[in-house]
Every structure is written in structure tokens, then in C-alpha cells.
Design a protein around this ligand. Structure first.
Ligand SMILES: Cc1cc2nc3c(=O)[nH]c(=O)nc-3n(C[C@H](O)[C@H](O)[C@H](O)COP(=O)(O)OP(=O)(O)OC[C@H]3O[C@@H](n4cnc5c(N)ncnc54)[C@H](O)[C@@H]3O)c2cc1C
Length: 336
């Protein structure tokens, strides 16, 4: 393989393990590396993460640049940007792919300044144009797809979740791990604490199945059946802005223009009318199931499967059927 300047994916870790999106970046990076005939690097960064190096190689990386330091135990964009920028300059990386997660976005912005690199955010398609990258971005709720080309020698992309499949594992694949000595120096940022998600919560951005609730649930208590249904099928819990604004559920669950953009294989919208701002975040889902008393609302029109009826009657029946098939007891009805 020719030693080019190198395509690098930034393998961000969370609580010591790679973020789920790292394996999607490996798929995207591998395809580019094949096309460009360049090696694919994975920058594995964190406090103590060396045990994942072979895993990244097994999933498509040719070389793992291992950036381990106790100061990198918790994500702070300032130190991470310093570490990745110093490594990128040393290794001459000219194409960097990061996840469009909260940490990935923040890091990409700082890297673009440090490396004087062009940055295309939230891309949904990537190709190689000659020796540089070309990308597509979905804008204005998916109504416009813009094409981005770079003028800068160093090019950075953040990649939307769920647009590339997870890389397949090829156990024992050959590759190389090279440690990078990083000296963090003084930092103006101090890490205070980590607040974990509620127990058993599936991350919305990486979820393959999502059950979302809207105003049709009636009140905050209505989310009990949403959580029960989500739990019974291993799904994440989503929500419309109307219920987030009403304080029924935390903002991190909001799907839509001003919430999260999601791309699950299955999206179940319960009591959500389907206003354009909500659709902006989920209309590219695989199968959409809508449960709503109004058969004419936009969500029911958009859905692959539309079920007309009251969520508080239908959802407990659906959960009971799922549990019956799984061989466990049925749940009670939620209070309205
Ligand atoms: C700048 C801007 C940004 C926005 N960003 C977002 C965003 O990111 N995400 C978002 O979601 N919204 C966003 N909104 C708000 C959006 O316009 C809607 O107000 C919101 O999505 C409506 O939420 P909803 O569908 O839960 O409520 P409603 O529109 O009130 O719909 C409730 C639905 O429940 C159904 N229903 C009622 N009772 C039952 C029952 N018992 N069983 C079954 N169905 C029932 C009704 O028929 C109706 O379809 C934004 C708005 C603006 C202006």
C-alpha cells in the first residue's frame, strides 16, 4: 500500500470505550482509503484505551495512533484539540473524519482553527475528488442538499450518525499501533463531573429503534408507556418539542430541527402530529409507524404504517403482545 498523507478517523472514547459512531466512521474512512489508495489511520484517544487498538484494526483501520494520557480521561475540547492537532501535524494527516456528536463537533471546530483546515459539518455523503474530499450536506430540513469541496490542503468532516453502516469485524486483521507521546501542559479548562444517562437508556443518536412521544400522551405520566414500549424492543426514547417545552421529558430526548437528527431503522411516533420541525429530525428513518387519533395529521400521512387510535389504549396492548411473545407479564396502563 502506498504511504500517502493519510486519512484519519478520530476514534473518540466515552467512559474508556470507543463511541458507537467510531465504527460508522471506520466504514466511511475505509471506503475513502481504498479509493485514494492511502492508509486509514484511527486516532484512538483517551485516558487508558490501548486495549481497543486491535479492535479498530479488526474493523478496518490500517494504523492506530494511540494517544493515551491521564489528562485525556475525560473529554475537554481544548486538550483533545491540542493532542489531535499535534499528531495530525506530525503524521501529515490531510483528511480527518470526526463523528457529528457533541464532542466531535466541538473538537472539529477547534481542529479546523489549529490546522487552518476547511470544515464541512454534518455530512451525509463523502467522495474523493482527485486527491481531495467532496461531501454532501443535508440542509433546511433536508430540502436542500449542498455539495462541498475544499480549497484548503487539510480537510475536516464531521459525519452524521447512522448514514454509514457499522464496519464489519474481521478478527485478527493485520495492522500497526503506534503510540504518540502527548504532553498536555497547562489547561484553562477543569473537568468537574460526569452525569450518566438514566439507567438502561439507549442513546438516541446511535439508536436503531426509537419510540417517540408527543402531546397526544396527555401528560408527563404518559411517558411511562413510551419507556415501557421502548424497553420491550430495546429502543431509545424520543420526544417532540411540545412535550419537552412542557417539561414532560428532558431536552436530550427531543427530535427535530432544534433537537436531535436521528436515522433509526424503526421510528414509532406516538401522539405526534408531525409538524415540519419534527419531521426535519426523523423523516429519513427506515420504517415509520405512527399511532394517532387523527388519521389526517402529517405524521400519519408520512408513516409506512399508520395506526388510528388512542395511544393510551393501543400501546399497553402492543407491549402486552410483545411480552406475551417473549413469555413475560403484561404491564399496567399508564395514568392519564
Ligand atoms: C423554530 C422552531 C423549531 C422547532 N423545533 C422543533 C423540534 O426540534 N422538534 C419538534 O418536535 N418540534 C419543534 N417545533 C415545534 C413544532 O412546530 C410543533 O409544535 C411540535 O412538534 C408539536 O408537537 P406534538 O406533535 O407533540 O404536538 P401537537 O402538534 O399538539 O400534536 C399532538 C398529536 O397528538 C394526537 N393525539 C392527541 N390525543 C391523542 C391520543 N390520545 N392518542 C393518539 N394521538 C393523540 C393529535 O391528533 C395530534 O396529532 C419547533 C417550532 C419552531 C417554531
Amino acid at each position: 500500500m502506498a504511504e500517502g498523507k493519510g486519512i484519519a478517523i478520530v476514534a473518540l472514547t466515552q467512559r474508556g470505550a470507543p463511541q458507537a459512531m467510531v465504527y460508522e466512521l471506520l466504514t466511511a474512512g475505509r471506503a475513502l482509503a481504498e479509493k485514494a489508495k492511502e492508509p486509514l489511520y484511527a486516532v484512538l484517544i483517551g485516558g487508558k484505551v490501548a486495549s481497543y487498538a486491535q479492535d479498530l484494526i479488526d474493523h478496518g483501520a490500517d494504523k492506530v495512533s494511540l494517544v493515551e494520557n491521564p489528562a485525556l480521561e475525560n473529554f475537554t475540547d481544548e486538550l483533545y484539540a491540542k493532542a489531535v492537532a499535534e499528531l495530525a501535524e506530525k503524521e501529515n494527516f490531510d483528511k480527518l473524519l470526526l463523528p457529528a456528536t457533541v464532542a466531535g463537533r466541538s473538537l472539529a471546530a477547534r481542529l479546523s482553527v489549529r490546522l487552518r483546515a476547511g470544515l464541512a459539518a454534518e455530512v451525509c455523503e463523502i467522495s474523493i475528488n482527485g486527491t481531495g474530499l467532496k461531501a454532501k450536506r443535508s440542509q433546511y430540513s433536508g430540502n436542500i442538499i449542498s455539495e462541498v469541496e475544499f480549497k484548503s490542503p487539510v480537510q475536516i468532516l464531521t459525519v452524521q450518525a447512522m448514514v454509514f453502516p457499522r464496519a464489519e469485524k474481521q478478527a485478527g486483521r493485520a495492522g500497526q499501533t503506534v503510540p504518540f507521546a502527548f504532553n498536555p501542559g497547562p489547561s484553562g479548562i477543569e473537568f468537574m463531573s460526569f452525569q450518566p444517562e438514566e439507567a438502561n437508556e439507549v442513546d438516541l443518536g446511535a439508536a436503531e429503534r426509537i419510540v417517540s412521544g408527543g402531546r397526544g400522551l396527555g401528560n408527563a405520566e404518559g411517558f411511562k408507556i413510551i419507556r415501557d414500549l421502548a424497553h420491550s424492543i430495546g429502543a431509545a426514547v424520543g420526544a417532540s418539542r411540545a412535550v419537552v417545552d412542557s417539561g414532560w421529558i428532558a431536552y436530550r430526548h427531543q427530535v427535530g430541527l432544534t433537537g436531535r437528527a436521528v436515522h433509526p431503522k424503526l421510528y414509532i411516533a406516538c401522539g405526534i402530529s408531525g409538524q415540519i420541525q419534527h419531521l426535519a429530525g426523523m423523516s429519513s428513518s427506515g420504517t415509520i409507524v405512527a399511532i394517532n387519533t387523527d388519521p389526517d395529521c402529517p405524521m400519519m400521512q408520512l408513516a409506512s404504517v399508520s395506526v388510528a387510535g388512542d395511544v393510551n389504549e393501543l400501546i399497553p396492548l402492543i407491549i402486552a403482545e410483545i411480552r406475551k411473545r417473549k413469555g413475560s407479564a403484561a404491564p399496567g396502563r399508564a395514568a392519564r
